[in-house]
Design a binder for this molecule. Structure first.
Ligand code: ZN
Length: 276
């Protein structure tokens, strides 16, 4: 997907993703103090096979590759295949305070929140042990974490002082904010994005209460709509929006997003909820 509202400058070294899915968000530091624009420009002509999906500096974020593409960023085939790469300009040796003062956290968090929602990625940092056991863990990790888990590189970015707590807190807040602000039309646009549809189909579905299917995806609006409409209302999403979402979920949209054998069941449940 190309994230709406984010400048896009097509970079080189866009490879074919084998399964068409992404699972994690890989955080890198560029190990320099260039701007995001300079990095994105360099990405249009670099011949070393290296690429990333996004470049971030102190004021802006630029998208360089569609997230459907596989970037060359990890050093390992596992990392390249499974992760969306975000390069932040800065060095491994930067202090915590330098990071706090020199990253466009609001823009980074806004983009990451959209990616979390679209790809079912949780706003938490995976452990290296977890990454070894499950290379498709749906979480955040650094280049150094990928080195330790999957090898193929000597890179240790984003370095020991990178403020993971701040990153994950801002992403979590952005996810909550985007849910409050989401209109039914925006919700449907996300649901109908091809990358989202592929992700939804690939996630494990299970029956929860009353025969209503759910998964752990951070497509929380859809998930919670199926599981418990009241949960959504309780999270400060207005009942009007929830009902608007329910009303605009056509059988076709439902069928596009979830396994076919569950589509009829979900459509029935939504119709029942709309009627009450
Ligand atoms: Zn890196």
């Amino acid at each position: 997907m190309r994230v709406p509202g984010v400048p896009f400058v097509q970079g080189r070294n866009a490879y074919t993703d084998r399964d068409g899915l992404k699972y994690g968000i890989a955080i890198h530091a560029t190990d320099n103090n260039a701007t995001a624009a300079q990095e994105a420009d360099y990405a249009t002509r670099r011949t070393d096979g290296v690429s990333a999906h996004f470049y971030v500096d102190a004021t802006t974020i630029i998208q360089s590759l569609d997230t459907d593409a596989r970037a060359g960023h990890a050093g390992s085939g596992t990392g390249n295949e499974n992760a969306i790469a975000i390069e932040i300009t800065g060095t491994d040796g930067s202090s915590r305070q330098w990071w706090l003062d020199n990253v466009a956290w609001d823009r980074l968090a806004g983009v990451a929140a959209i990616l979390c929602r679209a790809y079912g990625i949780a706003p938490r940092r995976a452990t290296v042990a977890e990454m070894r056991t499950n290379p498709r863990v749906r979480a955040f990790y650094g280049h150094n974490d990928m080195r330790l888990a999957w090898g193929g590189t000597t890179h240790t970015d984003p370095g020991p002082n990178f403020p993971w707590d701040h990153l994950l807190a801002t992403v979590s807040a952005a996810i909550d904010d985007s849910e409050e602000d989401m209109t039914p039309a925006q919700f449907l646009a996300i649901l109908q994005d091809p990358a989202v549809a592929r992700t939804m189909r690939a996630l494990p579905w299970q029956y929860v209460g009353g025969g209503i299917p759910a998964n752990y995806s951070t497509l929380k609006v859809l998930n919670d709509t199926f599981v418990n409409t009241q949960t959504l209302i309780g999270r400060n999403i207005s009942e009007e929006v929830v009902r608007g979402v329910l009303a605009t979920l056509t059988p076709e949209a439902i069928a596009a997003a979830i396994p076919p054998d569950l589509a009829a069941k979900v459509a029935d449940e939504l119709a029942r909820r709309l009627a009450t």
